[in-house]
Ligand binder design. Sequence first.
Ligand SMILES: Cc1cn([C@H]2C[C@H](O)[C@@H](COP(=O)(O)OP(=O)(O)O[C@H]3O[C@@H](C)C(=O)[C@@H](O)[C@H]3O)O2)c(=O)[nH]c1=O
Length: 200
Amino acid sequence: MLDELRAPATDIRRAGNVEAQGFGIAGPLLLTVRRFEDSRGVFIETYNRRDFEAVGIAEEFVQDNQSLSVHRGTVRGLHFQVPPAPQAKLVRVLRGRILDIAVDLRAGSPTFGQHVAAELSAENGLMFYIPVGFAHGFATLERDTEVAYKVSALYAPGCDKGIAWDDPALGIDWGIDPATARLSDKDRVLPRLADIGPCF
Ligand SMILES: Cc1cn([C@H]2C[C@H](O)[C@@H](COP(=O)(O)OP(=O)(O)O[C@H]3O[C@@H](C)C(=O)[C@@H](O)[C@H]3O)O2)c(=O)[nH]c1=O
């Protein structure tokens, strides 16, 4: 866990079975949900509208996505949908482990171009909330990693945009050897941040 990136513990909000902690960049939240363990195994609430709203996640989520990345070092991103179909995302890992990244693309934001990172795994059960106005991507740190995420707007291919994961201006340490990263054809040719206009 990248503790140095988290906001002070005083910034923790709790409601029901969820606890949310902010980062140095306003907006994204790292969520911990209560695990109910018994002799059968585990139960968790992965989303509860009332409680998630109470900790600051007010969007209505309208689509659930899931991806499997077979190889360690798979990179998906950095992606975002522009208006009129911008997406907030609520990300968790079902199997394996990722380094999840959110880059601030909000015009006028004091932290524009900066990013937050969180290690999410099936084991730690953490969730990452990424508001509208951020690009999102992740690198898989284990084989056969499955990621599930809710989004607040339907997939709109015409609004689907991206920036290069390895743009030097972003300075992201993805926790993998960049030379062995596996990307989609689409992600291999994404522009750099300096080459896109204002998006949000
Ligand atoms: C994202 C998406 C893709 N697709 C289709 C399009 C394409 O043929 C195939 C694979 O799409 P992609 O290559 O864009 O998948 P992927 O690279 O996994 O894209 C995802 O990356 C992560 C980091 C995100 O944040 C997501 O919002 C999304 O952009 O699935 C949908 O039908 N609906 C969707 O919502």
